[in-house]
Design a binder for this molecule. Structure first.
Ligand code: IMP
Length: 186
């Protein structure tokens, strides 16, 4: 089955491709989608549905979207759905702001959450969610992955996601769990 991945994030696209191996996953560009979808919902699932619906409508193809983020307990679940836009800058600025906001906090527990939505060309919709738990370190470790990976110490892997290789991360990640749960429904 051919799907368009409704994301402009090449790291996510790579992970989606290696997790959903039974599907041919096109990038937005390969499917001829050049627009951008504003994430106006306040839940991961709401935003995933928004993105998948918009890209399915524009391309006439089945589309899959992921909306994800980091939820830190001591920060009341922030940055949450604002993870990508936390500092107004890029990934490195987001990580720096997170460390700054956690200064003096004793609890550093956190989880990543991922909601996935698949909108088929015939209009049927499938959704799933996945989570993965860990802690925010005081300094970055590792260079793999993207986003908050160098700061996220995974309880499953006993190392940061940026120290893990792609296969290790996908086996326990929020995205891996969400996509496998979605696959089971199909
Ligand atoms: P969005 O789903 O495009 O709104 O953005 C998700 C944001 O959450 C990313 O830009 C990262 O900052 C963060 N994020 C989501 N998944 C991961 C992950 O697997 N590793 C590290 N950061 C992530």
């Amino acid at each position: 089955m051919k799907l368009v991945a409704a994301t402009g994030n090449l790291h996510k696209l790579k992970e989606i491709r290696s997790i959903l191996t039974g599907f041919e996953i096109l990038s937005e560009r390969e499917a001829g989608f050049t627009g951008s979808v504003e994430e106006t919902e306040n839940t991961f699932l709401g935003n995933a549905l928004l993105k998948a619906r918009a890209v399915a409508k524009a391309t006439g193809m089945s589309a899959i979207a992921d909306d994800s983020g980091l939820c830190v307990d001591a920060l009341g679940g922030a940055p949450g759905v604002f993870s990508a836009r936390y500092s107004g800058g890029g990934d490195a600025d987001n990580r720096a702001l997170l460390l700054q906001n956690l200064e003096g906090c004793e609890s550093r527990t956190a989880h990543f959450c991922c909601a996935v939505a698949l909108v088929l060309a015939d209009g049927r919709v499938f959704t799933a969610e996945g989570r993965t738990y860990g802690e925010i370190l005081h300094e970055e470790r590792g260079t793999n992955g993207f986003g908050y990976d160098p700061l996220f110490f995974s309880y499953d892997l006993k190392k940061t996601f940026a120290e893990a290789d792609e296969e290790e991360k996908n086996a326990v990640s929020h995205r891996g769990r969400a996509l496998r749960a979605l696959e089971e429904q199909l």
